[in-house]
Design a protein around this ligand. Structure first.
Ligand code: THU
Length: 176
């Protein structure tokens, strides 16, 4: 009788479940004042986006530990990959203006678009990685506020949106 190798092996596979927490709010009026103000600025910034190619306008606002608020929006380009997302525009602006100052919160809004009710803003993978970089730099979690037409979602750090992320430690180099 033929016995295949895999039939003799003991299988040690385990299934592990990870969880993440999201706070949801029905409307912007339910948010604490500081978050409400930040989100309003993200909404305003989305209206100023330069998005002639996709027609999809995104706004982001960043609250720093020194209480400064800086905003950004998506900037598109005829050479498509040369454009940049709203989140990165805002985060890079904040870091270039106030290098090393920890980021407390980031709000993202797409509400200046006509979009399906019930949906909410979601940062792309590249932006999640950039949020993670600044979180790791300060060692403090960044609250992320995702605006939506029928609910607003808030997570208390990038772990919820980017588990098992690539970190500078993975490069085998010491933190500076
Ligand atoms: N966009 C953002 O600004 N943020 C995201 O997280 C997702 C996508 C922009 C990029 C591009 O200008 C347009 O939305 C369509 O992808």
């Amino acid at each position: 009788m033929l016995t295949f190798e895999f039939e003799k092996k003991q299988i040690r596979m385990k299934e592990i479940q990870f969880e993440f927490k999201v706070r949801t709010y029905q409307s912007i009026d339910e948010l604490p004042e500081i978050s409400r103000n930040l989100l309003l600025q993200a909404r305003e910034a989305s209206g100023r986006a330069y998005a002639p190619y996709s027609g999809y306008r995104v706004g982001a606002s960043v609250l720093l530990e020194n209480n400064e608020i800086l905003t950004g929006n998506n900037q598109e380009n005829a050479a498509y990959p040369s454009g940049l997302c709203a989140e990165r525009t805002a985060l890079f602006y904040a870091s270039s203006r106030y290098p090393g100052v920890p980021i407390r919160s980031l709000a993202i809004s797409t509400l200046s678009n006509d979009q399906a009710a019930g949906d909410f803003a979601k940062p792309c993978g590249g932006c999640r990685q950039v949020i993670a970089e600044y979180e790791d730099l300060s060692g403090k979690p960044i609250e992320i506020i995702l605006d939506g037409s029928s609910s607003i979602m808030i997570v208390d750090g990038i772990d919820a949106l980017l588990p098992f992320r690539f970190k500078k430690e993975d490069l085998g180099k010491k933190k500076k």
